[in-house]
Design a protein around this ligand. Sequence first.
Ligand code: HEM
Length: 485
Amino acid sequence: MSQRVLTTESGAPVADNQNSASAGVGGPLLIQDQHLLEKLARFNRERIPERVVHARGSGAYGHFEVTDDVTDYTHAEFLDTVGKRTEVFVRFSTVADSLGGADAVRDPRGFAVKFYTREGNYDLVGNNTPVFFIKDPIKFPDFIHSQKRDPFTGRQEPDNVWDFWANSPEATHQVTWLMGDRGIPASYRHMDGFGSHTYQWTNSAGEAFYVKYHFKTNQGIRCLSAEQAAETAGQDPTSHQTDLLQAIERGVHPSWTLHVQLMPVAEAADYRFNPFDVTKVWPHRDYPLRRVGRLVLDRNPDNVFAEVEQAAFSPNNFVPGIGPSPDKMLQGRLFAYADAQRYRLGVNHTQLAVNAPRATTAENYGRDGLMAANNQPRYAKNYEPNSYDGPVETGRPLAAPLPVSGHTGTHAAPQHTKDDDFFQAGELYRLMTEDEKKRLVANIAGGLSQVSRDDVIDKNLAHFHAADPEYGKRVAEAVRALRED
Ligand code: HEM
């Protein structure tokens, strides 16, 4: 086989890839050395802004197969027939650290799924936790600042992490979750995924349901203790990437079973928890899990930068039959992602192979901008309405309209009868075995005892106490013991 020729980016053969062109043998280098200039200049531009959160992640392709009929609840095309398969791309991630951070850390994990459906891409951008720390998007930048590196010390600071939680009692449920055993998954394959928010499904009769998504791992849940994680992160910072990559290369294809919880719209107003508060779950005895299908990952991307770093998921990418709920956090996210991607990747990021629709084509009147590769076919008009057979609107809303009432203004989240910041955190604590409780208390105390101010410690202890007096007492004792050491 003849050897292929190395070329410049414009395709011209390269004569020498070992020595730069110079003025004489020992002289300075020449500006006419296009190959050298191009190499150095391209190298300087290899990095793009990392994701402002969830910077470190791993991705894989696969498919979703419907196993159970859900057509009574949604007319989403990719869910309309048992046995139907839809190609997917999934990206798992850690949240707080930057691109070079370690995988085996205590942190929620992102679980973002892009379904390439025949009616457009549907992005379900969730986490491995059913709840979140806050319930209003206006707090998100402050929350993330408190968890990432301090602007003065350049380190993650226990003072900031716990100060935010001290002043955000609604975080108690998620903090309990995070500090428990599932706070450090052993790998991306061994964790569940959740849509976390409440979404809306609409069936072909126009009836609407509220829905929560649960991906249950078929590999079984496996977690790392704090000590195991510290060792793993030190030995192989890319442990979760390695595990996912190698499993798929070996032909061991991870899978998850998708279940949903469904709530008729009419039940939302009187449910004892605010169903649009992402710090709360819907107990399964209220709304049982119903199986929908199976997610399988069976192909690694060819290029991590092109397909994983440049992947763009947006909770606002819905398809007919699926829409948002009034969950305030979700509403904030409907703006944030595509905005971040226009900055991080550019306005035409939807044309990149990993982000573009695969089972249909995007046809619209959006044009131009930096790096426009697909500007629609020849003769296509760039305005609408037109008299030239251009694409037209359907007149069919993606999801059912929701009734609203009241006055505009900044409002605290509506309180339902059982809505407080602590009840569900206490329920989670009481569900744990004695060993799990011991580890939970030790993990919390390990972090909280490093906080420099007693008032910040006390505010946090009050939250655990409000969740369950025994929980609060045990954390207080463990913190005291560590601080007296
Ligand atoms: C108001 C609250 C939130 C805001 C403003 C927000 C904002 C963002 C932004 C700007 C990104 C980076 C997007 C990109 O550059 O491509 C991101 C990534 C991500 N967020 Fe959020 N987020 C919020 C809450 C949440 C919640 C509640 C979840 C999970 C239920 C979540 C899951 C994710 C995931 C999985 C990613 C990574 C997606 C990927 O793999 O590319 N976020 N978030």
